[in-house]
Design a protein around this ligand. Structure first.
Ligand code: ARE
Ligand code: CA
Length: 473
C-alpha cells in the first residue's frame, strides 16, 4: 500500500513541477486547486496508551495532521503488576489487558481507520511470561512453562546455559534458544507453536490491524519470523525489532526477507549528531544501514528512553532537534513517540485497579521537568511537521545551505526546512528556495505566518536549537 502511495506522490510532484509559480497559493491555509495531495507516512508509537485514548488521538490529532499510522503497546493478556513491562509477559492471547478490552480494541481500530490512520500492533511472540506462575490480568492461570489451552512444556526451549538465559550474544543459538531475562522461550520452529502464533495474529488482522511490530525478533530465527508472517492472513506490514549489536551474529539485515526493521542505527546516529553540534551533517543520515524502504526510523522508543541509549524528553532541546531531523531527512519511515514522564524506569503508566487511566496530555513543551506520570504526548509538537512531511513526500533535498552548526534545504519544490543546531546563536540566512512566491506559515509554529518567498529567495530567522519549516499547503 505504501508503495502505491509512493507512486502517487511521484505523479503529484510531476504535476506540481509543471504548474507555474503564479498559480500557487499565496497564503497557507487557502490551498489553490493545484495544491499537492499529501502522502502521509509519519507514524507514532503511543507507549502504554489505553485503546480509548488511542481512538481519540486518531480522531482528533493523528488523522487531521496526516499521521499515517499508530504503533500500539501489546494487546494480549499479561501478568499482573504495576510496571509497564508486564505488557511484555504474555499469559494468553486473549485481547484483555491493562490497556483495554477486546471490544475497546475493535472500536479503536475502527476509529483510527475512520480518521485515515493505520494501526500497527506490538506482537510478543518469542516468549510467554518470565515468572514462576500466577494468574493473568484476564484470569488465566499459568505456570512458567504451562499456559492451559495454549502452550505446554514441550512448546518451550530449555537451553543449557547455567542460568537458562542468554549469556553470550556472540552465540546465535543462545540468542535464539535461551531465555531473554527468564522469559519462557517458545519453540518458534515447531509447526504447532507457529499455528498458535498465526491464529493470534490472524485474530488481530480480523479486527482490522494493518501491521505488526515483531518484538524481540532477534531472538527468533529469521526463517521462523518469515514462515510465521507468511502464514498470516492478508499482507500486513511487518517491522522486526532487531537491535544492531556490534560483532553479534544476528543482525537487522537478516530480517529483511520478512519485511521491514526498526533502524536502531539511525536512532544512535541522530542522537550523536545533535549533542555534538553536527546538525549540519543532517543529510548524512540518509546513508542508513538498511534500505530506506525497509527502515523504520525513530529517535527514541520505550527501551532507549529508559536505558538512555538515545536522546529522549529528558534532553529537551536536543530531543526536539533530533525529532525535527527525523522528519526532515528522506530516509526510512519516521516513527515519533508519545510516552509519560518517569524517574523509576520500571514505573508503569498512571493506572487504577490494574487498568491504565485515560491519557491527559500536557501542553507540548510547557513543562521543562514534568512530574513522573505526566503524559507528555511529545508527538503533538510535530503535528505540523507531520503535515510538512506528508507534503514533501520522498522528494530529494535541494538548495542545500550550510553554515556553522546550521543547515537548510528544500525537499523538492514543495517544502523548505532550516535547522539551527547552535545552542546560543540565532541565525537569519537568506536562502534560495524552489518554493513558489507567497507567504508561508511555519509548520513548527503554525501561528507564525511571517515568511515571505519572493523570486526564489526567503529570509528565515531561526532561534538556537530550533527549526523553521515551510511548505505548500
Ligand atoms: C522484566 C524484568 C526482568 C525479569 C523479566 C522476567 O525487568 O528483570 O527477568 O521481566 O520476569 C521488557 C523490559 C524487560 C522486562 C521484559 C518482560 O525491558 O526489563 O523484563 O519486558 O517484562 C534485548 C532484546 C530486545 C529487547 C531488549 C530489552 O534483543 O528484543 O533486550 N527489547 C524488547 C522490548 C522490551 C521487552 C522485550 C523485548 C521482551 O522492546 O521492552 O522487555 O519482550 C544489546 C543487544 C540487544 C539487547 C540489549 C539489551 O544491545 O544487542 O539485543 O536487547 O543489549 O539487553
Ligand atoms: Ca527464542
Amino acid at each position: 500500500m505504501r508503495r502505491v502511495l509512493g507512486i502517487v506522490v511521484t505523479a503529484v510532484l510531476a504535476l506540481a513541477a509543471c504548474s507555474p509559480a503564479a498559480e500557487a497559493p499565496d497564503r497557507q491555509g487557502t490551498p489553490s486547486p493545484e495544491a499537492p495531495n499529501a502522502t502521509p507516512h509519519v507514524g507514532v508509537q503511543l507507549f502504554q496508551w489505553p485503546w480509548a485514548s488511542v481512538a481519540r488521538e486518531c480522531t482528533e490529532v493523528l488523522g487531521p495532521n496526516q499521521f499515517a499510522f499508530v504503533l500500539l503497546s501489546p494487546a494480549q493478556e499479561h501478568i499482573q503488576g504495576d510496571q509497564w513491562w508486564t505488557s511484555y509477559q504474555p499469559v494468553s492471547y486473549q485481547l484483555e489487558s491493562k490497556l483495554g478490552t477486546r471490544a475497546g480494541f475493535q472500536q479503536m481500530v475502527a476509529a483510527c481507520h475512520d480518521a485515515g490512520v493505520e494501526v500497527v500492533a506490538d506482537a510478543v511472540i518469542n516468549h510467554m511470561a518470565g515468572i514462576d506462575g500466577g494468574t493473568g490480568v484476564a484470569g488465566s492461570a499459568f505456570t512458567h512453562y504451562d499456559y492451559p489451552g495454549l502452550y505446554a512444556d514441550a512448546d518451550f526451549h530449555h537451553c543449557d546455559t547455567a542460568s537458562g538465559d542468554i549469556e553470550n550474544y556472540l552465540d546465535q543459538q543462545q540468542i535464539q534458544e535461551c531465555e531473554l531475562s527468564n522469559l519462557a522461550d517458545l519453540r518458534t520452529e515447531d509447526a504447532a507453536v507457529r499455528e498458535k502464533i498465526v491464529a493470534y495474529l490472524d485474530d488481530l488482522v480480523g479486527l482490522g490491524v494493518d501491521g505488526f511490530r515483531i518484538d524481540a525478533a532477534k531472538h527468533m530465527r529469521a526463517s521462523d519470523v518469515q514462515a510465521i508472517v507468511e502464514q498470516v492472513d492478508g499482507d500486513p506490514l511487518i517491522i522486526s525489532e532487531v537491535i544492531r549489536g556490534s560483532g553479534e551474529p544476528v543482525q537487522p539485515e537478516d530480517y529483511l526477507d520478512a519485511g521491514s526493521v526498526f533502524a536502531f542505527q539511525f536512532a544512535k546516529d541522530v542522537s550523536g549528531i545533535v549533542p555534538g553540534g553536527a546538525v549540519y551533517r543532517a543529510l548524512d543520515l540518509v546513508d542508513g544501514d538498511v534500505p530506506s524502504e525497509q527502515a523504520y526510523t525513530f529517535v527514541t522508543n520505550h527501551d532507549t528512553e529508559r536505558n538512555r541509549q538515545t536522546l529522549s524528553y529528558k534532553d529537551p532541546d536536543k530531543y526536539h532537534l533530533a525529532n525535527v531531523l527525523l522528519l526532515a531527512v528522506p530516509y526510512g519511515t519516521p516513527v515519533l513517540y508519545g510516552g509519560y514522564a518517569f524517574s523509576d524506569p520500571d514505573a508503569g503508566a498512571p493506572q487504577a485497579d490494574g487498568v491504565v487511566t485515560p491519557v491527559d496530555c500536557a501542553e507540548p513543551g510547557a513543562i521543562e521537568y514534568p512530574e513522573p506520570g505526566t503524559w507528555l504526548c511529545q508527538h503533538r509538537a510535530y503535528a505540523g511537521l507531520a503535515q510538512w512531511a506528508a507534503v514533501v513526500g520522498d522528494a530529494e533535498p535541494q538548495n542545500v545551505w550550510q553554515e556553522g552548526y546550521a543547515v537548510a534545504f528544500d525537499r523538492g519544490s514543495l517544502g523548505l526546512i532550516a535547522i539551527n543546531g547552535n545552542s546560543t546563536k540565532a541565525i537569519e540566512p537568506e536562502l534560495t528556495t524552489n518554493l513558489p512566491d507567497g507567504t508561508y506559515c511555519d509548520a513548527l509554529a503554525p501561528d507564525d505566518c511571517s515568511h515571505e518567498v519572493r523570486d526564489g529567495r526567503v529570509k528565515v530567522a531561526v532561534a538556537p536549537m530550533t527549526a523553521v519549516a515551510l511548505y505548500v499547503p
